[in-house]
Design a protein around this ligand. Structure first.
Ligand SMILES: Nc1ncnc2c1ncn2[C@@H]1O[C@H](COP(=O)(O)OP(=O)(O)OP(=O)(O)O)[C@@H](O)[C@H]1O
Ligand SMILES: [Mg+2]
Length: 185
């Protein structure tokens, strides 16, 4: 397995229940590292499954996802399952918490274009047989290249596919209506 080293923290990297996300380096490249909070053999399968799902969705939805790389062994966390992916520079939206987020940092960033990106991505995923679960995404705070494409400020990038295909907490219209409330806000 490739070796990874943690080089720093990422804004929001400690939000999750199951994992923590750090900035790191693998073979000289800067990446984000998603590391399980729980160690042990049994946890590895779940982490591998999440990486495989993330890769599948990244090729199905190349415009609204980051690139996902490898299972890695993180220095100092050798017994904790981990994988690497591109770093996203954006503001996190967790659909189930959207009602209580501080809309301030999204001001001006969320437009009809952002909403359309959510709608078309989720529709595409659903028509491919996916059940989106615990939907989470970034709104980009600046222009950046992701998955080989230049993305603009305000563009939407889906992430954390751990519950996709397992649980579903809404239909596409419901997810879209919630984001729509942030347009022009
Ligand atoms: N590729 C990334 N680049 C930058 N920051 C990220 C990236 N992936 C995740 N993060 C940050 O880390 C936080 C936690 O990530 P994520 O939701 O994937 O883990 P998790 O919630 O612990 O996982 P789970 O939902 O499986 O418990 C996100 O809210 C986000 O702020
Ligand atoms: Mg999460």
């Amino acid at each position: 397995m490739k070796k990874a080293t943690i080089t720093g923290e990422l804004p929001g990297g400690f939000i999750g229940d199951l994992g923590q996300v750090f900035q790191g380096v693998v073979e000289g490249s800067e990446v984000a590292l998603k590391i399980s909070r729980h160690s042990g053999e049994k946890k590895i399968d779940g982490w591998r499954r999440e990486l495989e799902k993330s890769k599948a969705l990244s090729s199905l939805l190349p415009d609204t996802t980051a690139a996902y790389f490898d299972m890695v062994e993180v220095e100092g966390y050798e017994t904790f399952p981990a994988f690497s992916m591109e770093i996203v520079h954006g503001y996190t939206v967790i659909d189930r918490k959207i009602g209580c987020l501080d809309a301030g940092c999204y001001r001006g960033l969320v437009t009809e274009r952002t909403v359309e990106q959510l709608r078309s991505s989720l529709e595409r995923a659903v028509s491919d047989g996916w059940h989106p679960g615990d939907v989470q995404y970034f709104i980009l705070g600046r222009e950046q290249k992701l998955n080989g494409r230049l993305r603009k400020c305000g563009d939407l990038i889906l992430f954390d596919f751990s519950m996709w295909g397992i649980a579903s907490d809404g239909d596409v219209d419901l997810y879209v209506q919630k984001l729509e409330r942030l347009v022009g806000g």
